[in-house]
Design a protein around this ligand. Sequence first.
Ligand code: IMO
Ligand code: MG
Length: 466
Amino acid sequence: MSKTKRSSAPARTRRSARVSRPARPGRLPLASGNSAVCGLQWGDEGKGQIVDLLTAHHDYVVRFNGGNNAGHSVQIGEERFALHLVPSGILYPDKICVIGNGVVVDPPGILEEIKGLSQRGVKVGSNLRISDRAHVVLTYHKVQDKLMDDVLGKARGDETRIGTTGRGIGPCYADKALRSTAVRMGELLDADRLRQKLTYIVEVKNIMLQGMARQLGREYTPFDAAALAEEFAGYGRQLAPYIGDTTALLHQALDEKRRLLFEGANAALLDVDHGTYPFVTSSCCSASGAYSGAAVPGGSIRNVVGIVKMYTSRVGGGPMPTEMFDATGEHIRQVGKEFGTTTGRPRRCGWLDLVATRYTARLSGATAIASTGLAVLTGLPVLKACVGYRYQGATLENFPADTEVLSRLEPVYREFPGFDEPISDCRAYKQLPAAARRFIEFAEDSIGVPIRFVCVGRRRDQILTR
Ligand code: IMO
Ligand code: MG
């Protein structure tokens, strides 16, 4: 590494006056070394809270997948921060936050987030780095996202809709794979090249999008390549201080034995390869995605913390074997505030699915589990967990690939007595009601990975370790 590169490493930033922090990180029930956090269900497991806790023990926080389809919320005292693209490590002034090459970045979206954070006293400067290899979500991707879902919904029926977040994520990753129609963050920095490139891309996009709009009987205003290029070159100028070679930066950090934390967005059952395809997102959301999405060598992550909510939620279409359509499902939705951080949509709610979580824990190589959402179950007379799938008279050994099978199988439940005592003030695992502990310990045995963290609320001080 050259001297110049070394000196370009981000400097420490001023401590923000408004965000309080734990005085000193306590001991974590994890090994030393680098860590990853990823959701083991369909998203919204509460990853932000655990990332926030682990950040205190790491030097870098790195996003490696997804875009602003993700919504991570962190609650500090009475203040709640909803982040979509910026790693939640930004709430600590002395951490370096990296948006890796595997992420798709929406420039106006991230600028808005940076502005919002700055207005609340959170400094965003040289502590934020964006990979020049990350891909750019352009305005036409969002139009394409919506049109595609609607055209397919019209052609094949509404039940086939993926029900995306409409953030242009899928079309952006599709262009990344297509190559000729993709734009990377580094390319925003050269206005002339960007204009040349967008001239032919926009021509192709207009033909395609116009055709889809016509199919739906909708008006379509063609994109103007020059105007779009000017707009995005403008974003490029504003984002220029953050854009750079994060591969080199992270390799240098590894050489210096700095501790890295990889923050997964979305969740393993939404993984493009391993999730409930095609009702998934378009990136690799399991912990293994960190290797390619952040450009770190295989084996460099020691702790993989899988986040498991003690019930299940899902937004958008696709199979969900343990979905509840009754008053208990509605109760969980209300108590758990299960409405999307990104789109505000009500989330589908269901019982804990241990077949699915055992599969995703294995897939991600989880070394520890953090359980969330336990407090939401307070007051329910009976708790259920799915321990098996029955399909056409047989018990399935493994999580099936086929969504047809997933939507028709029958979950086998095990029932547990519930607990009535509020748990949000418990400060040690042993203070939890026996019934709550029994539910946690059954889940742990079934998943086969120790549950090291039990969240009893959404605040920093509501995470019990064991
Ligand atoms: P976080 O990080 C919940 C879902 C969408 C949709 C499908 C595809 O907050 O846990 P996309 O816009 O990604 O093409 O949509 O994936 N989805 C999520 N659901 N939480 C998320 O992220 C999600 N990211 C994508 O609802 O069904
Ligand atoms: Mg979400």
